[in-house]
Design a protein around this ligand. Structure first.
Ligand SMILES: [Fe+2]
Length: 357
C-alpha cells in the first residue's frame, strides 16, 4: 500500500544570503527611476513595512524573518522525517534556468540522479555572502533518482500528460534554484549537505508570459513598457490536474511518497500593479483562507490572468500540490502564513497527511 505526505514551503533565495542582503530586491526596486517618488517614499508605506525597513534597510528585520522561516522549515522537515519517505517529488519553478529561448515546456521531469551543485551560485552573483559563512564555491550533492524520474514521466504520459523530461542540466546556467533550495532549506542547519532523500523534480513553467520576456523575473518598468510577452504557462487548472496525475502515478506503487510544493506566494518583483514594491498580500490571503478551509473549488477557479496580476506566478507549484492533495484525500494538519512587505514575498508552509481511520 502506498503512503503519501503533502508539504508546502518556500525556496526564497535571499534566505541563503546574509541579513544585510535580505532586502536586496526592494533596494534594487527603489532604484527604478520610473516608479513614482511618492510610491518609493517610506513615509507613504504601510506602518509595518516602514518599521521593518527602519534605518538599517531591513537588516534587523531580516534576522527576525530568517528565524521565523527557519522555524517553519524545521516543522516541515520534522514531518518529512517522521514520514520517512522513499522519494520526494518536488514541484518548483524554472526561472530562466533550464527553460530558455531554445525550448520552454509547461512541465519537465528532471531525471538526473545524484548531481553536484553549487548552492551559493545565485547569492554569489547577487554579491551576498552565504548565510553559513561557507566557501563560496563549495558544492553539495543534490540527491535524485533517475530511474524513478523516468518512470514518473512515462506514467504521466500514459495518463494523458505530454510530459517533457531532461537527462542533463543546461550548461552555463544555474541549477533550478527551486529544487536546489528545497534540499538546502529543509536541511538548513547543515546547508543541505546531510539530507539524503532522493528527489524527483518536476519543474513548472511558472513564469509563463514572462519566462523569456523577463528572463527570471526582475525588470525595470521601462523594460516592461515594450516587452513582448511569451505564451502563457500552464493554467492553474492544468497544474491542479497534473498534481492529481502524479498522485495516481504512485497510488499503486507501494511506496512512501512525499509531495512538495516549493515556492513563496505573491512576489513583489512580479506585482506590476504594486509597483514591484510589495507582494499582493490581499490576493494571497484569499487563497490562504481557501487553503485552510479546504476549498479546492476556489483554487481551481483562479485564472492565469489573476495569478499574473497578483505576482503569484510561482504559486503554480502549489496548484500542483493541491491537485494531488484532493486526489488523495489528504488532510491539512498544519499550516502557517508569513507575510512581509520588505522581503519580497509572502511565505506559506503546510503539512497534509493521510486521514487516520
Ligand atoms: Fe523561484
Amino acid at each position: 500500500m502506498s503512503h503519501f505526505l503533502g508539504l508546502g514551503m518556500t525556496h526564497y533565495p535571499l534566505l541563503a544570503g546574509t541579513d544585510e542582503h535580505m532586502a536586496g530586491l526592494l533596494r534594487w526596486t527603489l532604484g527604478d527611476p520610473d516608479i513614482p517618488d511618492a510610491e518609493k517614499d517610506p513615509g507613504n508605506w504601510p506602518a509595518s513595512m516602514r518599521q521593518d525597513w527602519s534605518d538599517d534597510g531591513g537588516t534587523a528585520a531580516a534576522s527576525r524573518h530568517r528565524a521565523d522561516l527557519v522555524t517553519q522549515l524545521a516543522t516541515v522537515r520534522q514531518a518529512l522525517d517522521d514520514f520517512a519517505p522513499d522519494l520526494v517529488v518536488v514541484w518548483g519553478d524554472d526561472q530562466y534556468e533550464n527553460f530558455r529561448e531554445e525550448v520552454v515546456p509547461p512541465f519537465c521531469v528532471l531525471a538526473y540522479g545524484d548531481i553536484e551543485v553549487h548552492p551559493f551560485a545565485l547569492m554569489n552573483e547577487r554579491g551576498s555572502p552565504n548565510a553559513w559563512s561557507l566557501p563560496e564555491d563549495m558544492t553539495i550533492t543534490l540527491h535524485g533518482d533517475a530511474a524513478e524520474s523516468r518512470q514518473l514521466a512515462d506514467a504521466l504520459i500514459a495518463d494523458g500528460f505530454d510530459m517533457a523530461y531532461s537527462y542533463q542540466k543546461r550548461e552555463g546556467a544555474h541549477f533550478p534554484h527551486a529544487i536546489l533550495n528545497t534540499q538546502l532549506f529543509l536541511d538548513y542547519p547543515a546547508a543541505g549537505a546531510e539530507m539524503t532523500y532522493p528527489i524527483v523534480p518536476i519543474t513548472v513553467n511558472c513564469y509563463g508570459q514572462h519566462a523569456i520576456a523577463r528572463r527570471g523575473g526582475l525588470a525595470r518598468f521601462a523594460e516592461i513598457e515594450d516587452e513582448s510577452l511569451d505564451p502563457s504557462g500552464p493554467t492553474p487548472k492544468r497544474c491542479f490536474e497534473l498534481g492529481a496525475g502524479v498522485a495516481r502515478a504512485y497510488r499503486e506503487s507501494g511506496k512512501r511518497v512525499a509531495l512538495i510544493a516549493s515556492s513563496s506566494w505573491s512576489h513583489a518583483f512580479l506585482h506590476d500593479k504594486g509597483w514591484h514594491l510589495r507582494p499582493d498580500t490581499e490576493a494571497d490571503q484569499v487563497l490562504y483562507d481557501a487553503l485552510v478551509k479546504g476549498d479546492f473549488d476556489a483554487w481551481v477557479s483562479v485564472t492565469s490572468k489573476e495569478v499574473v496580476d497578483a505576482g503569484q506566478h510561482e504559486m503554480l507549484n502549489w496548484f500542483c500540490l493541491l491537485g494531488a492533495v484532493q486526489e488523495l484525500g489528504l488532510e491539512l494538519t498544519w499550516s502557517t502564513f508569513v507575510t512581509t512587505d520588505v522581503f519580497n514575498s509572502n511565505k506559506c508552509f503546510a503539512i497534509y497527511q493521510e486521514v487516520s481511520a
